[in-house]
Design a binder for this molecule. Sequence first.
Ligand SMILES: [Zn+2]
Length: 394
Amino acid sequence: MSLVMEKIDPQAVELTHEEIRRYSRHLIMPEVGLAGQKKLKAASVLLIGTGGLGSPLGMYLAAAGIGRIGLVDYDVVDYTNLQRQIVHGTSNVGQLKVESAKARLLDINPDIEVVTYNEPFTSENALDIARPYDVIVDGTDNFPTRYLTNDVCVLLGKPNVYGSIFRFEGQASVFYAKEGPCYRCLFPEPPPPGLVPSCAEGGVLGILPGTVGTIQATETIKLILGIGDTLIGRLLLYDALSMSFETVKLRKNPNCLICSDHPQIDRLIDYEEFCGVPSHDHELESAGEGWDITPKELQGRLAQGNHIRLIDVREPHELEISQLEDATLIPLGAFAARMNELDSAEELVLFCRTGARSARALDLLRTAGFRKLKNLKGGINAWAREVDPSLPTY
Ligand SMILES: [Zn+2]
């Protein structure tokens, strides 16, 4: 039984007759019952992110009757979100995600309270936002926020329900330093920047965050009810292609920088600096000052008859969606090996879908001594929006 439930006082709340009817299928199970349902109502859960993981998390936690749900996000709903972020609908495109999600959760269950934080979760606000909540759930899936959430939870003594997703594979665990390891016990250092692609770069099967987010919601409910064996001390690995689940035992690191007996970290740090990447799930679209060219600028240079070689660093299957005339395809993964096909005397413009992969290819060329280089800012998607609307964006 977890320590989490000790702080939750089911005596503090009552259920109305409507609520008793709503939760009937919980109430008839001895593992939940009236006492358990009151615990759920007395409990508060903070969801960081209202995207792929946050969607099923928020909807199931609302339906289950969690009394207070906090939502942190600063984004607006985009068409590319709808393939997996099922808390948002087509009519919500362009709205603030926290407002869109709040409306959906309150439609599922008007008896709960939904608190919104329309701001990024950062070292400056994270402790204040998280402090009033019993359980913290990380639904953001990027490294700076993952370390930030971990450290916030260790410093505040709260459980951190973790999930991560990539393409067809997912992971979940509960990091709770009072009873088991924390995320830093497992991964003291973040991976080198760029080594682990984000879902925005690598893609994700739309259903995958549904499965992983639902597992996170299940663990959250179990923590609050104090039932079953939670994922504290275990990492769940899910592979949708082979449809397999495995669990790996996790150990507390006696030298962990934050949760050991002699912690060296006693306050929040700069997590973007620590991880070397920005703390959002979007791609960077720029190669840095002086190295970008906008679609309009490129159109102008080409119209003037300048000889410019266009290098497409996307994957071959992406050419089926959109392509630029006369571009040479060198996928980013093959770039280092095929750089010798390029001439440093030629003027080169690199592009990909949104400008992130091409910025990395540009870095490789710059390191190799190339100077006549530009990155198409915003990628072929920006070109489609600003220059050639006959091309689709994706
Ligand atoms: Zn630790």
